[in-house]
Design a protein around this ligand. Structure first.
Ligand code: SF4
Length: 63
């Protein structure tokens, strides 16, 4: 699985971090960052939920 945040599109709303803090965290500039590359033990549905909840479609999840 690959998870990316297009930081140019992120408006720092924090939704992804609220939904899945194991994968997403706002950096010092208030922009979301993917904080892990180990997704095996994280519920895929929660990651997808974060993707779908992003108001600017900045998150992409590839299987
Ligand atoms: S949900 Fe989207 S816009 Fe909001 S912080 Fe996450 S990546 Fe940025």
């Amino acid at each position: 699985m690959k998870v990316k945040v297009n930081q140019d599109n992120c408006i720092g709303c924090g939704a992804c971090e609220s939904i899945c803090s194991e994968v997403f965290a706002l950096n010092d500039d208030g922009i979301s960052t993917v904080i892990t590359d180990k997704f095996e033990n994280i519920d895929k549905a929660v990651i997808k939920d974060a993707e779908e909840s992003c108001p600017t479609s900045a998150i992409t999840v590839e299987e």
